[in-house]
Design a protein around this ligand. Sequence first.
Ligand SMILES: [Fe+2]
Length: 269
Amino acid sequence: MPMVFACSVSHTPGIRAWPDAPDTEIKEQLYKGFSVLRKKMLATEPETLLIISSEHFTNFFLDCMPAFTIGQAKEYFGPVEPWIKIKQGTTIGDPSLSKRLLDACYKDGIELAYSHEMKLDHGTMIPLSFLDPTRELPIIPLIINAMTYPMPTQKRCYELGKTLYKALKSEKKRVAVIAAGGLSHAPGEHTHGKIDAQFDREFIRLIVEKDVDTFTSFTDEELESRGLGTHEIRTWVTLAGVAKDLKATPLFYEPIPAWATGCGLLCYD
Ligand SMILES: [Fe+2]
């Protein structure tokens, strides 16, 4: 059974930590969009969620920073940040499916790192808190280094997506794939709060129009000029590879200064 559901979302911690900070109407639109995604996802009866997010120095630091890491744990604790106002607890994993995906990636020339001891931060927990708030479905976290140089190129992320597409195609389980990251933001920089809405809208347009050559050619310098957090669009680019045959429909985009991030939702059908 190929992937049964796919969506890309933003994961800024403010979505849960400071829910009343933005304009109420905009926040309600975003929450409604997440609700639409949840309904669509549940209608496909997924058995496992593969959540592609980015590193925030939660699991890895400068002593060891893999480009891509897939979780193989039996369960995952999170969120590690109690201040994001999501109840802490454990979510069960799917180590057998994770192992099959890992083996398929190795066979296809992408040697993912793997870990049996990963913790979940806002990058995974923000989408999970909307899509599976009671944490019933097993998850597999896949974490991309969008934190420190060197980072995997956009092309490499797209290639990983295509490899996962092939691996999931021969899979018996019904898998939902969620990408969580971006869009433009500059956390902790002197430009903190800067959002490049024009870039974000253009990036979403490129994803919708499947302009692979353009959205895989962004350089580190181009992304950094929109804020270091913009490197997290690697998660969306990876999912674009997994969902290369599906139509992408944007559900929401707004630059939200109160959360210092361009926030987007996009669904694949
Ligand atoms: Fe992030």
